[in-house]
Design a protein. Structure first.
Length: 64
């Protein structure tokens, strides 16, 4: 199955597993989700920073 979002294409297969293999898959999913959440947290921090405004820069130069 393929999914496309903002130009990024991902592919995945759906499989049902249990027992030891299910435990391994669940652990891998936990690691992947934790990595994604960590990436999102850091991405939002940089995206939330205000952009410098050219008008503010000009007024700061005048004050100097």
């Amino acid at each position: 199955m393929d999914a496309v979002c903002d130009g990024l294409t991902v592919s995945f297969d759906i499989r049902y597993v249990d027992g030891a293999e299910g435990d391994r898959v669940a652990a891998a999913q936990v690691d992947a989700i934790a990595a994604l959440l960590n990436w999102l947290a850091h991405r939002e921090d940089t995206a939330a920073a205000p952009e410098p405004n050219a008008a503010d820069h000009t007024s700061q130069e005048r004050a100097a």
